[in-house]
Design a protein around this ligand. Structure first.
Ligand SMILES: Nc1nc2c(ncn2[C@@H]2O[C@H](COP(=O)(O)OP(=O)(O)OP(=O)(O)O)[C@@H](O)[C@H]2O)c(=O)[nH]1
Ligand SMILES: [Mg+2]
Length: 699
């Protein structure tokens, strides 16, 4: 395979709202550029970039996949990212390593929730942005309306460089506003087109749109502005040059109409990628730090600079094992060479460098700065690591991962599969680091956290298909606790006379509440040996065991003190066991008189929503027993803070999405325990008893 240098590379991520046609567009780009020998279709499961069996089955993208094509002697690396909110982390990681974003917008819906999200990420990374209005052939498609929605979200710097010829089922092609020519595609999807003069019907619209484009470009550059005032327009070559500079500077975001489905308008996108978007050499130097230090270092995209590369993705391939996908930021990475993982300070051996074309791989001798390639079987390297020259090291900052929003409890359908599950998760997490797997120390449940129900379902599917383990998903149990509200004394006496020597122990305790999260204290106040020293630990042990089993509903009892102040023993019949039993009896006796009650976990919740939803979200929180802790604006959003019982937040992810049309996001963490309101306690107790009953019949 050919090796490309930085000026002849374009790294673009296809991002946008779910289902706007990114994968279909990738398919058309690859086909028209000759990198694929057919126009793959999502419906048929034949696209290059949706190759995973789950993607084919669900007809949506679940992860970012890579492909490349050559156009005008330039290598275009295409990163096709998923659009669904559950997989935003994939889109974000892709945007981190490219030089420009190809923002795909649906011609019927215009700008949608995820369009705004990915725009924000692209802006954050300082990327050039090309906006593609796709699905122009759909019923109710309107380029003008889509463009207005783009302008209203992203400002007037978003400006058309082409307008459609025909719309909906009559969409045939585009007028290129720079060359003032029309490109007309045939009815088939071969991608063949004719170049013609601007059709009559489009002349008015084309000249108005061109004027707007010329003005925007002139505004971005003083010399062009002067020329524009002098001549009233810009000559074509100045417009082309000025447009490219403006796009690179982020002052203009060109917009083009296409239909990926009809394969019409796609050549214009390929041209725009090569002619208008930055190469790695056009981008500012990449910055990182020296290992284990704050000292900043930067790297130019030059082939002879010290090597540096950033791993942004890991694939676990059933045959090749672990494949690390990375962008070379500086220097040249060669096949069969040694590199240093500067994040983990470990030496790695690089075998054959691979170019990824969807699921297929081709070897390449070397990759120059700016290129995106992969390598199999690195031993320690994970997503987020830097590979670099050991003699002149750099560490790039890791990708930012979102906090998981949804948690389910999982249990294997077959007992004994626990070990299999834990190895499977280790692998799955390499590919999908957003996933979190924890074990609740109190309920002992294995908790699986992800970005939403769809994400979790996909993971469960992978567990089944790849690792052959079936699991059930359940709402996680709430780790309730118990405590006491009053003080009392308790007496425990264990006495049994059975044949030979009997059992005898007697103890008296005082019990009183402690502050929240002080757990448990045992105080020995025995004077004069009413219980011998050797048996006192047994009393404590009996109480410990009893408190872990609870009194009200079987949850551990916390935040109280027990003082052991008196007792009796028998020279022959007393034993540790007898005192343990007496301790637990004394505990039960005392608790019953101490007004025992239930505690529940209270979460500290932060919810970010657009202004117009703040009222509804606040109202909803109060119906969830939430206590508002304040609200503050952050950009165009309101961040609402509240304390809410965990029991009321179990399916908040889905409910917030439906309340805000997907525009809200939230984060929560455990804050403290608080008493369950008395009118709700009976329900919790009944549920706990029912479950304990079930457990008993099972065994
Ligand atoms: N009519 C029409 N349908 C299209 C066009 N492009 C894509 N589609 C259809 O739109 C649906 C979604 O297309 P995808 O390419 O999977 O969209 P996507 O943006 O990759 O979706 P995600 O990756 O899941 O976010 C599929 O049914 C496509 O066939 C188009 O230009 N015209
Ligand atoms: Mg897709």
């Amino acid at each position: 395979m050919k090796v490309y240098d930085a000026p002849n590379i374009r790294n673009v991520a296809l991002v946008g709202h779910g289902g706007c046609g990114k994968t279909s567009l990738a398919s058309a780009l690859l086909f028209d550029a000759g990198a694929a020998n057919r126009l793959g279709r999502v419906e048929d499961g034949t696209t290059v970039t949706d190759f995973d069996p789950d993607e084919i089955e669900r007809k949506i993208s679940l992860q970012t996949s890579l492909a490349f094509a050559e156009w005008k002697k330039t290598k275009i690396n295409v990163l096709d990212a998923p659009g669904y909110a559950n997989f935003t982390a994939e889109a974000r990681a892709a945007l981190r390593v490219v030089d420009s974003a190809l923002i795909v917008v649906d011609a019927v819906a215009g700008v949608e929730v995820q369009t705004e999200k990915v725009w924000g990420y692209a802006e954050g990374y300082g990327l050039a942005r090309l906006i593609v209005v796709n699905r122009m052939d759909r019923e109710n498609a309107s380029f003008d309306r889509a463009l207005r929605s783009i302008e209203s979200s992203f400002g007037r710097a978003a400006v058309a460089i082409a307008i459609p010829v025909g719309e909906e089922k009559d969409f045939r092609g585009v007028v290129d506003l720079v060359s003032e020519k029309a490109l007309i595609w045939g009815e088939d999807t071969s991608g063949k087109y004719e170049t013609t003069d601007i059709p009559e019907a489009q002349q008015g619209a084309a000249s108005a749109a061109r004027e707007k484009l010329v003005e925007m470009v002139a505004e971005s550059n003083e010399a062009l502005m002067e020329e524009f005032f002098e001549k009233g327009t810009l000559p074509q070559e100045d417009l082309t040059r000025g447009l490219r500079e403006a796009v690179l500077a982020g002052r203009v975001f060109p917009v083009v109409p296409v239909s990926a489905g009809l394969n019409a308008g796609v050549h214009a996108v390929l041209d725009a990628i090569v002619d208008l978007l930055p190469s790695p050499a056009d981008r500012p130097a990449a910055t990182g730090t020296r290992p284990e230090s704050d000292e900043e270092v930067s790297r130019e995209a030059a082939p002879d600079a010290p090597l540096s590369a950033f791993v942004f993705k890991t694939i676990i391939d059933p045959h090749a094992g672990r494949i690390s996908v990375f962008r070379v930021y500086s220097g040249t990475m060669k096949s069969d060479s040694g590199v240093h993982n500067t994040t983990r300070d470990s030496a790695e051996r690089v075998g054959s460098l691979l170019l990824l074309q969807g699921k297929s791989q081709t070897q390449v001798a070397e990759a120059q700065s700016g290129d995106i390639v992969a390598v199999a079987k690195l031993k320690d390297t994970q997503t987020g690591d830097t590979l670099a020259d050991k003699a002149d090291p750099i560490v790039y900052p890791p990708v930012v991962l979102p906090e998981p929003a949804t948690t389910f409890a999982i249990e294997p359908k077959t007992r004994g599969d626990e070990d299999k599950i834990s190895t499977a998760f280790q692998r799955l997490r390499e590919e999908d680091p957003v996933l979190q797997v924890t074990r609740d120390p109190q309920t002992h449940e294995v908790l699986l956290s992800g970005m939403g129900q769809l994400h979790i379902e996909v993971v469960v599917g992978r567990l089944r298909k790849r690792y052959k383990v079936e699991v059930n998903l359940k709402k996680p149990k709430i780790p309730y606790r118990e405590t006491i509200k009053g003080s009392a004394e308790g007496h425990g006496r264990h006495k049994k006379q059975t044949g030979g020597h009997g059992q005898f122990a007697d103890c008296r305790i005082r019990m009183k509440p402690l502050g929240r999260s002080e757990d448990f204290q045992f105080v020995d106040k025995i004077f004069g040996g009413s219980i011998p020293k050797t048996f006192i630990p047994a009393v404590e042990k009996g109480i410990q065991e009893a408190r872990m089993k609870g009194f009200v509903a079987g949850y551990p009892m916390v935040d109280f003190e027990v003082e052991l102040y008196d007792g009796q023993f028998h020279d022959v019949d007393s034993s540790e066991m007898a005192f343990k039993i007496a301790g637990s009896l004394a505990f039960k006796d005392a608790v019953a008189k101490c007004r025992p009650t239930l505690l529940e976990p209270i979460m500290s919740v932060e919810i970010a929503v657009p202004d117009e939803y703040a009222g509804a979200v606040m109202g909803d929180l109060s119906s969830r027993r939430g206590r508002p802790q304040g609200m503050e604006p952050k950009g165009s959003l309101q961040v609402i803070k509240a304390e809410v019982p965990l029991a009321e937040m179990l399916s908040y992810d889905a409910e917030l999405t439906s309340m805000t049309g997907g525009r809200g996001s939230y984060h929560m963490e455990m804050d403290h325990y608080d008493e369950v309101p008395s009118h709700l306690q009976d329900k919790v107790i009944a549920a706990a008893r029912a479950e304990a009953g079930e457990g008993a019949t099972e065994e």
